[in-house]
Design a protein around this ligand. Structure first.
Ligand code: GTP
Ligand code: MG
Length: 136
């Protein structure tokens, strides 16, 4: 089985969509939430997490947005959970996301797209170390 790092971004917390989004994850049979924390992200954590985007035009606004309020960080474990949570989330741009997906149902603009989910096994391992370093 796999595990993935999920972040419910500051817009999800501000708009009281945390329960709704977690419900969608919990509804998937066979997946388990194995860690969960509300926390505020500092510059250093965000630089590590979004380092691949450093230098891109959306990087600075992205970091500013991600530090604009607390996020909910979760570890989700289960069969093919990495691609599974990405599918639940929908494409990065909410306008392109189909109804029924989290971003399609609730997303507004590309920067404020509610949820992050690791995009590969390598990303998942790297990101889990950043957010839950104590995890086995
Ligand atoms: P994450 O799960 O947050 O990593 O989203 P993603 O994997 O769907 O997208 P990606 O890693 O390519 O980009 C990270 C985040 O940067 C996105 O979720 C958006 O919030 C933001 N972002 C990506 N592309 C753009 C863009 O073209 N414009 C703006 N304003 N923001 C972008
Ligand atoms: Mg990404």
């Amino acid at each position: 089985t796999q595990r993935t790092l999920v972040l419910l971004k500051p817009d999800a917390v501000r708009r009281s969509l945390v329960g709704e989004i977690i419900s969608r994850i919990e509804r998937k049979a066979g997946w388990q939430i194995t860690a969960l924390e509300l926390r505020s992200l500092g510059q250093e954590t965000l630089e590590q997490h979004y380092g691949e985007h450093k230098g891109k035009p959306f990087y600075e606004p992205l970091v500013e947005f991600m530090s604009s309020g607390p996020v909910v960080a979760l570890v989700v474990e289960g069969e093919r959970v990495i691609e599974g949570v990405r599918a639940l989330a929908g494409p990065t741009d909410p306008i392109a996301a189909a109804p029924g997906s989290i971003r399609g149902d609730f997303g507004t603009i590309v920067r404020e797209n509610l949820i992050h989910a690791s995009d590969s096994e390598e990303s998942a391992e790297r990101e889990l170390k950043i957010f839950f370093p104590g995890l086995a």
